[in-house]
Design a protein around this ligand. Structure first.
Ligand SMILES: C[S@@+](CC[C@H](N)C(=O)[O-])C[C@H]1O[C@@H](n2cnc3c(N)ncnc32)[C@H](O)[C@@H]1O
Length: 211
């Protein structure tokens, strides 16, 4: 059987004891197991690759009227996010530790999302690795199908050529149109402040599903 090309390689990175405790004790509380369908009675925002969850938490605190589902494969990141949900006593964030492409395909209803967030996806800078980049025409079509009419697709990257690829791929998807803003303002993260100091330009892309 052909193995699908994945957008990540699971790093063996160190999991701290606190992250491990969260994975053991809090994932059952805040997690949604693959492939259980995601349900929400509020506007629903799905984040692809939430990393350590810093942005997820800030946006969820600012938007109690919405539900947020963070999808991430990296254990330490999931553990950190779970600890932050518990610490901030948030009842509007759920976490899925699984490949976001399969989550979109199998757990998310068509036309059900108020927004999709894709912040600083792995850039895979080497040309021979570009096939691993998440933003490809098939994913753009899948994301557009899962957004409700008028729903926002909000992406950010500090890799200029990936920004160009995103603009071209999203721009070519018939169900999407460019717009001026997203569902939520994106807070500045530590990672990003570091990038700015190094002079990396940050590009933010806003699209929405046509109504
Ligand atoms: C460069 S990090 C950015 C994290 C975070 N969004 C931020 O802005 O700090 C990209 C993250 O996406 C995750 N990722 C990559 N492909 C994924 C996939 N198919 N499903 C879920 N997570 C994925 C990686 O594990 C990594 O944590």
């Amino acid at each position: 059987m052909n193995r699908p090309i994945r957008s990540y390689v699971l790093r063996q990175g160190r999991t701290t004891p606190a992250q491990q405790r969260a994975l053991d004790g809090l994932l059952p509380k805040y997690g949604i197991a693959f492939p259980q369908p995601i349900k929400s009675s509020k506007p629903l925002v799905l984040e692809i690759g939430s990393g350590m969850g810093e942005t997820t938490i800030a946006i969820a605190i600012a938007h109690p009227e919405a539900d947020f589902v963070a999808v991430e494969v990296h254990g330490p990141g999931v553990g950190s996010l779970l600890n932050a949900i518990e610490r901030e006593k948030l009842d509007n964030v759920r976490v899925i530790r699984h490949d976001a492409v399969e989550v979109l395909e199998q757990m998310v209803g068509d036309a059900s999302l108020a927004a999709i967030h894709l912040f600083f996806p792995d850039p895979w800078p080497k040309k021979r690795h570009h096939k691993r980049r998440l933003v490809q025409p098939e994913l753009a079509a899948l994301m557009a199908r899962k957004l409700a009419p008028g729903g926002n697709l909000h992406a950010a990257t500090d890799w200029p050529d990936y920004a160009e690829q995103m603009a071209a791929v999203f721009g070519a998807e018939p169900l999407l149109e460019p717009c001026d803003a997203g569902f939520a303002a994106r807070p500045l993260t530590k990672f990003e402040s570091r990038g700015r100091k190094l002079g990396h330009p940050i590009r933010e892309l806003f699209f929405r599903r046509r109504t």
